[in-house]
Design a protein around this ligand. Structure first.
Ligand SMILES: *Cc1c(COP(=O)(O)O)cnc(C)c1O
Length: 362
């Protein structure tokens, strides 16, 4: 059986380092907002090449806190991709603002910059570009549109730790970026976690304040904030895991190259010349998706669908009045994509077996 992603094995491969990190926190007697979070924030900002980072509770909160810090709320509109994990939309509605979906490019699955301007009006405040599956969106034209209309450009980098665009890392490409450290992400905690990165020190300090009850000085609350902090324990684990991230990304890149070279009769991922993806997911596309998924399962290969239902067709957004056919590119993608096993603990033999199993199944 070839697992989709063996999180247990990924963590056990560095068991002693994680146990040492646990001991360090246990013996410090300090569990919220201490040395580990502070050091992780410095190390993660340095990794992303940004002036600052704030550790927060999870990726959804990271997006939400950025939008709140930019004063986005009821009556405002935020442009989002029509094909993304629902959290991107939820962050917008969480603020009381309205998500305005824009269709993706069919080859990269990332938001189509050429379709953004048509979605902008007086109420538009920001654009959230998602680096889906670990490849950055085509950021330069998006940033140019942001400048032209005075909009904030926010990266949803939850799947893109370490991905680059024109040599620059995800997290420092727009005005602010949100990361998730959910256990299955490329940089995964042993629980929930997230971060906001930015080159704007004001934004960083606003997010820090909002994430800690709206307080900058203990018991002084200038704004109504949240409790959306990263734990010391998770920060300590993340510091260990950040040291291994680039080596793991390199393995993912080798597997992705092997897949793309050998897979036949399916559409393999298209990488734009400016981008170096980190292959959070390796996603193929075929009209025979459902049949392929079932046959792979019979052959002992675990594949998954990211994602089966686009946000506009979810019950959560029923009140927004969308129906099937409103975002045809996104709907087609959702019907045809399949994510193959991908992760640093697979072997080349596993990848070979997946390739052969796909060939047998079509
Ligand atoms: C995982 C993910 C999120 C949410 O992160 P959580 O830490 O699970 O809240 C947001 N956007 C995208 C694209 C994601 O993949």
């Amino acid at each position: 059986m070839i697992q989709f992603l063996d999180i247990k094995e990924i963590n056990l491969s560095i068991e002693n380092e994680l146990k040492n990190a646990f001991d360090r926190v246990l013996h410090s007697g300090w569990f919220v907002h201490g040395q580990e979070v502070e050091k992780f924030e410095e190390e993660f900002a340095s990794y992303c090449g940004t002036s600052g980072a704030v550790g927060v509770s999870n990726g959804l909160d990271a997006l939400h806190l950025i939008l709140k810090a930019y004063d986005i709320g009821p009556g405002d509109e935020v442009i989002v991709p029509s094909n993304t994990f629902i959290a991107t939309w939820l962050a917008v509605t969480y603020c009381g603002a309205t998500p305005i979906p824009v269709e993706p490019l069919v080859d990269t699955y990332n938001i189509d910059p050429a379709r953004i301007e048509a979605a902008i009006n007086q109420r538009t405040k920001a654009i959230i570009a998602v680096h889906l599956y670990g490849q950055t969106a085509d950021m330069d034209p998006i940033i140019a549109i942001g400048k032209k209309y005075g909009l904030r450009v926010i990266e949803d980098a939850a799947q893109a730790h370490g991905a680059t665009y024109k040599g620059r890392k995800a997290g420092g490409l727009g005005d602010a970026a949100a990361f998730s450290f959910y256990p299955g992400k490329n940089l995964g905690a042993l629980g929930d976690g997230g971060a906001v990165t930015s080159n704007d020190i004001n934004l960083i300090s606003k997010v820090r304040q909002l994430s800690n009850y709206g307080s900058q000085v203990k018991y002084k609350h200038d704004v109504q904030g949240y409790n959306a902090r990263l734990d010391e324990l998770q920060a300590a684990f993340l510091r260990v895991k950040l040291n291994h991230l680039d080596a793991q990304t390199e393995i993912r890149r080798q597997f992705a190259a092997a897949y793309s070279k050998q897979l036949c009769d399916v559409i393999v991922p298209h990488v734009i010349s400016d981008a170096m993806p980190v292959w959070h997911l390796y996603v193929i596309r075929t009209k025979q998706r459902d049949q392929l998924l079932q046959r792979l399962k019979d052959l002992g290969v675990m594949a998954l669908i990211h994602y089966p239902v686009p946000p506009h067709l979810q019950g959560a957004y029923a009140a927004h009045g969308y129906s099937r056919g409103d975002f045809p590119i996104s709907e087609m993608i959702h019907e045809e994509v399949l994510s193959l096993p991908m992760g640093p603990t697979l072997s080349s033999t596993d990848i070979q077996k997946v390739v052969e199993s796909v060939a047998k199944s079509l």
